[in-house]
Design a binder for this molecule. Structure first.
Ligand SMILES: *[C@@H]1O[C@H](CO)[C@@H](O)[C@H](O)[C@H]1NC(C)=O
Ligand SMILES: *[C@@H]1O[C@H](CO)[C@@H](O)[C@H](O)[C@H]1NC(C)=O
Ligand SMILES: CC(=O)N[C@H]1CO[C@H](CO)[C@@H](O)[C@@H]1O
Length: 355
């Protein structure tokens, strides 16, 4: 049973002829005011999970991902009524630098990421693609084997390449996982926000020992390829601090940019009063995605209150993380890739089921 000729052609093109009822295809997303909308102008809210692994497995020589990425594992994700999956990546692996084992590097890595992204899209899931580990001389190492306070010298090249590879508006680009220039630069909070937007060596970025790429440069790099995917940017303090993001938002020639935050119970902005003060004004101007939510107590009281707040403001969210680590240190939503929830994950699963 095919709803339309175009969905018949779409299914035939990917070679999946099935008589099972098809769910709604992943929308072509764009920013309209403070919402994401589909091609008909209808609002799209994202309720998803992170699928961690693409950021670390390659550079550690352990493969492309952590755990399965096959159809059965995607079916399990979908059984939670998830409509979006965030896919972290590694800059050095994508660019094929010599510090990465060659079997997991360059075109091998790019093809693995492309295959997984395409598999998620063909399962009607919105993909949020992000760069999690990047290059730049920092106390934890110079290669992309840990989190850095800001994008580095190679990040424009990474994003130019990714933007050319994924000219598909069913994919949202999350420009950099967790900036924390405020923890490193010597010039204080205003310098940190200037460094965040404009980057550079020294100046407002003094204290960071590599040439920083600011978010304006990344937006410009992506748009220079002709790519028109929706973009999202996160604030200071590991994407938890949005207090001044409205002042520093990068200019996007396509006017197709939103904001994301990361919120854990152990972050500074972890209360309704902080979300009302710092997140609600952002959510009234831009689409806001809380692209990592979690708590480290193997319970779900914190995310329950966060999700209620987000629902009341039309804010999207994604749980961290669909990996079988510990529910306190992951924090992991699942204990098995068949979708068995942890004590933390059960709250997320049940909330999505109730929507
Ligand atoms: C847009 O609306 C048309 C007509 O109602 C419908 O057939 C189509 O599936 C809608 N597209 C999306 C992306 O919802
Ligand atoms: C920057 O380099 C100096 C000199 O090697 C070192 O002492 C300092 O810890 C480095 N700072 C960071 C943030 O990496
Ligand atoms: C807060 C949190 O969940 N941090 C995790 C982020 O992801 C990296 C791996 O990419 C983990 O090592 C952190 O524990």
């Amino acid at each position: 049973m095919f709803k339309s000729l175009s969905s018949f052609i779409a299914l035939a093109t990917v070679g999946v002829l099935s008589l099972s009822p098809s769910t709604k295809a992943a929308p072509n997303i764009k920013v309209s005011g403070n919402k994401f909308v589909d091609s008909n102008g209808s609002e799209v809210k994202l309720h998803g999970v992170n699928r961690s692994g693409g950021e670390f497995s390659c550079i550690q020589g352990n493969g492309f991902f952590d755990g399965p990425t096959d159809q059965a594992s995607i079916d399990a994700i979908k059984s939670w009524k998830v409509n979006a999956v965030r896919v972290p990546t590694n800059e050095d692996c994508w660019l094929g630098l010599s510090n990465v084992p060659s079997q997991y590097s360059g075109s091998n890595y790019q093809n693995a990421i492309k295959d997984y992204v395409n598999r998620l899209l063909s399962n009607d899931l919105t993909v949020i693609l992000e760069v999690h580990w990047t290059n730049g001389d920092y106390s934890c190492g110079a290669g992309a084997n840990c989190q850095k306070p800001m994008p580095g010298p190679n990040t424009p090249q990474y994003w130019t390449s990714v933007a050319n590879a994924f000219k598909d508006t069913r994919i949202i680009f999350d420009l950099f996982n967790e900036p924390f220039p405020d923890r490193v630069v010597t010039g204080g909070t205003t310098a940190a926000w200037n460094c965040w937007k404009n980057g550079g060596s020294g100046g407002d970025c003094s204290g960071i020992n590599y040439s920083v790429t600011g978010f304006q440069t990344i937006v410009d790099s992506i748009r220079s390829t002709g790519n028109s995917n929706a973009l999202i940017v996160g604030g200071l303090a590991y994407s938890n601090d949005l207090s001044q993001i409205l002042t520093y938002m990068p200019y996007d020639s396509q006017n197709n940019i939103g904001v994301f935050a990361h919120v854990y119970n152990f972050n500074a902005c972890n209360s309704q009063s902080c979300w009302d003060q710092n997140y609600a004004p952002v959510a009234s101007k831009y689409p806001l995605v809380i692209s990592e939510i979690g708590e480290n107590d193997c319970a779900h009281g914190f995310i329950d209150s966060l999700m209620s707040w987000a629902d009341s403001k039309g804010v999207s969210y994604l749980g961290w993380t669909w990996n079988t680590w510990d529910c306190s240190t992951g924090p992991s939503l699942i204990s098995n890739y068949d979708g068995t929830p942890t004590n933390f994950g059960v709250g997320y699963r049940d909330h999505l089921a109730s929507l």
